[in-house]
Design a protein around this ligand. Sequence first.
Ligand code: MG
Length: 502
Amino acid sequence: MDKIFQNKLVLEILEKYKVIWSIEHAMALLSWDSETYMPEDGVGERSVAVSQLDLLKQKFITEEDFIKLVDRASEEKDLNEYELGLLRVLNRAIRIYRLLPPRLIEELAKVTEEAKIVWRNARINNNFKAFEPYLEKIFSLSKECADYLGYKEHPYDALLDLYEEGLTSKDVTQIFDSIKYRLKTVLEKIESEKEFSERHPLEDIEYDKDSMRKVNFWVAERLGYDRKRFRIDVSAHPFTIHMGLRDARITTRYEGKDFKSTLFSVIHEYGHALYGLQHNEAFMFTPLANGASLGVHESQSRFWENIIGRSMQFCTAIYPFLKENLSFLEKYSVEDVYRYFNIVRPTLIRVDADEVTYNFHILLRYELEKLTLAGEVKVQDLPTLWNSMIEDVLGVRPKTDSEGVLQDIHWSLGSIGYFPTYTIGTILSAQLRSHILKDVPNFYEKISRLEFNEIKEWLKNKVHYWGSMYPPKELLKRMLGEELNPEYFISYLEKKYLGKSI
Ligand code: MG
């Protein structure tokens, strides 16, 4: 392996950083465990363990000697770009952890660990009232965080920056303004043509969970799932977590019907997992072994889920295996299955939403989070407001809070400001598609042969390898030669759903 870190002070920093890395490693494992296998009553003790580890991490990052070392290294001449990237990431972490009082970190870690379980049960029992006090606490602690972190225009900006460095609510509003009317037009045309919008019988057909599991693992293997570096488990909300460069874990859920939901969760999370498995190996044990941002991360999962997974070529390639293992598919042609994978219709649940309506779900959450954080909306009013807003935007109204305000895990995790990164990622995935079409000859033919090596290599070279070396906006400029551009996404949808060939 090339010695990419050479500066003496940088090497000293990395030696010290190993303990911080190890705390993060342990916290990742605890987080994975609490969403997969931990018995419910373990939550009280777990929440103390997690909050104490978070405090310990803060202590090491803000230790005077460590900060001095980082300061001294930052003044060194002749640092290479890896070393500069490393110091940029560390300085950012130091800045954030210095601004937040330990009491706030501890409280937030504790309440969110408990809230995860409360949310899970509130969703099952359709009981917002049970979750409400936790959500109130989470919003008020998040507002405190925003105040400590500082912002120019809106407290939301401070939180956004934690997930998508440099992104402001002004940017987000501008992005939504540039896509929402055009998305509406695409949606109306699709609805008037009916081909993709009509209810599909496969949406209601129940599957056998063992057979479905077999299909999921088979598809993951075709994509490149390597059992030595990868696990697939079950959780209430599908997610990916990286333990390190050689240990990625994803989850899916089996709801018993509408099989595309569990299948596309696997493909989506595979995209996240691959990102972390393809970082530069020299980033092991360093803070560079991370994605550039959550938006960039989501571009990878959406690329695999939508650009590859929902293509006619992919659908045709996996169809024979699906038919062999899911007996109810016997009556359905490959075109039927393709149409089922690509249904476009306003629905209530974000994770199952199609490519066209998906961003409206994000817009709704973005607006509600901003209003609540600024104190313009009370947490107790969120369920009603949610229902009327989704009805305004998509014309559908939840009958229960479980299919409305309680559907996502994010708020229980304290992830306020996270949702907009999904829209960034969705837009970026279509932008990546346009670039890969130019660089990888016969892209779609390769998909139809389930040959992904060249595609993975391209993603590695453009995105994965660089870890968190560059802030997201800079990564895009360096790798694609341009900024985030929603135009690619809209024209991809128009071509795909409105009859123009892609
Ligand atoms: Mg994702």
